[in-house]
Design a protein around this ligand. Structure first.
Ligand code: CMC
Length: 382
């Protein structure tokens, strides 16, 4: 038996290197960077669509125009979901959170995947499954939202890109170019983030040689928590509760005095600022100007100032994304499922990388329980 390095316990696995990866690094321009396969997030957000970013993550290089056309066409043709899933989306009780519905949907989609019989390490089959997941998770989220609202389903449209098609399926109308582009950028920013908790859980799941769908189910369940993806939904609640710029100072001070966490602030790795938050904030300002209502920008500003001053915690990506999704007319319950439908590109890339170079993930625990002892017979136990 190998000896655990008990003197090297890192609570929350902070700073622990759990695997090698070629997908993403948290180094980039200056402190607190982010790069997908060597391209900085600033350049990616400026220059590529979500489809290009997803291709880059899955296939290792940015696509040329022919590769992009065929990738998008594969995604578009995979958008319709099986009738059995549509029936299930109607059958699940209305109160169920969309993240739970999405977790179930991914599980159901596995049964209908044409590559379902492939072995879990079949790289080509896994890439095909990943492409279907990118297409179908978006459809499942949009369909369930329309069902929740008692509105007819809006089928996917081949003439719209990933971002516009999703917004059209949700709202039954095409978004303005500013809104489409801002939503697309948010998907790029959410697409991948190294060994975050959900990606790690997906990699752990498939390290047993389980399949990619099981890995994505684990990842969706992990993302749901408010310390991770669930924070964008919670961040919106902070804005609503503060309600006006002049309430920010007192609201933050009393929340911190109650030892509450301010959702949308702080990060395990980015102690001096999340580059994604800086980029997305610019899109929030742009859209607020387009719709002629900067109320939430004016409320967000003093909250950012107070949390930074009182707790030295900068905003993370979930802080501006909550406002952005509000401007796009999206219900708060959709915020975390949108994170998931973007992050699936990163999850799938990591899961495939894990399966391509697998070793079972099996760490050790540092035992702090009772010392060795004798079992007292049942009749004599007090
Ligand atoms: N508000 C108030 N206090 C905080 C916050 C916060 N947002 N974040 C950390 N702290 C405090 C925490 O209470 C603790 O204080 P003390 O030492 O007095 O007990 C200290 O900072 C360290 O906390 P930690 O949980 O050990 O630190 P961490 O580096 O593991 O935290 C975090 C990372 C993301 C879990 C945390 O910052 C947090 O809970 N933030 C709010 C939730 C959130 O916005 N999550 C989204 C993360 S980024 C995108 C994503 O993954 O979705």
């Amino acid at each position: 038996m190998s000896t655990p390095a008990t003197d090297q316990y890192f609570p929350g696995l902070e700073g622990v290197i759990a695997c090698e990866t070629s997908i993403c690094s948290l180094e980039g321009r200056g402190e607190g960077g982010l790069a997908f396969r060597g391209y900085s997030i600033e350049d990616l957000a400026e220059s590529v669509s979500y489809m290009e970013a997803a291709y880059l993550l899955l296939h290792g290089e940015l696509p040329n125009s022919g590769q992009l056309i065929s990738f998008e066409s594969r995604i578009k043709s995979a958008r319709p979901v099986p009738e059995a899933l549509i029936q299930l989306l109607h059958a699940i009780p209305p109160s169920v959170h969309p993240m739970d519905v999405l977790r179930t949907s991914v599980s159901v989609l596995a049964h209908y995947d044409p590559d379902n019989g492939a072995v879990s390490t079949d790289h080509a089959a896994n890439v095909r499954k990943a492409e279907r997941l990118i297409a179908q998770m978006a459809t499942a989220v949009a369909y369930r939202e329309r069902i929740e609202r008692n509105q007819p389903l809006v089928p996917p449209r081949d003439d719209l890109d990933h971002a516009a098609n999703f917004l059209n399926m949700i709202n039954g109308g095409e978004p303005s170019e500013t809104k489409r582009s801002a939503f697309d950028k948010s998907l790029v920013l959410y697409a991948e983030h190294e060994l975050n908790a959900s990606t790690f859980s997906g990699r752990v799941t498939v390290s047993t040689l389980s399949d990619i769908y099981s890995g994505i189910v684990s990842a969706v369940g992990t993302l749901k928590g408010p310390l991770h993806g669930g924070a964008n939904e919670e961040a919106w609640k902070v804005l609503e509760q503060v309600g006006a710029p002049e309430h920010a100072e007192e609201w933050i001070a009393s929340a911190l005095a109650r030892k509450e966490r301010i959702m949308g602030f702080g990060h395990r790795v980015y102690k001096h600022g999340d580059p994604r938050a800086r980029i997305l904030k610019r899109y929030c300002t742009k859209i607020a100007a387009e719709i002629g209502d900067d109320r939430w920008e004016r409320i967000a500003e003093p909250i950012e100032r107070e949390v930074t001053q009182q707790k030295q915690l900068p905003p993370n990506v979930d802080w501006p994304s909550a406002r952005l999704y509000h401007y796009l007319g999206l219900d708060i319950r959709l915020y975390t499922p949108i994170f998931a439908m973007a992050r699936v590109a990163g999850w799938a890339s990591h899961i495939i990388e894990q399966l391509d170079h697998n070793r079972l993930m099996r760490p050790r625990g540092q035992y702090i329980g009772a010392p060795p002892r004798e079992i007292v017979p049942l009749a004599k136990r007090v």
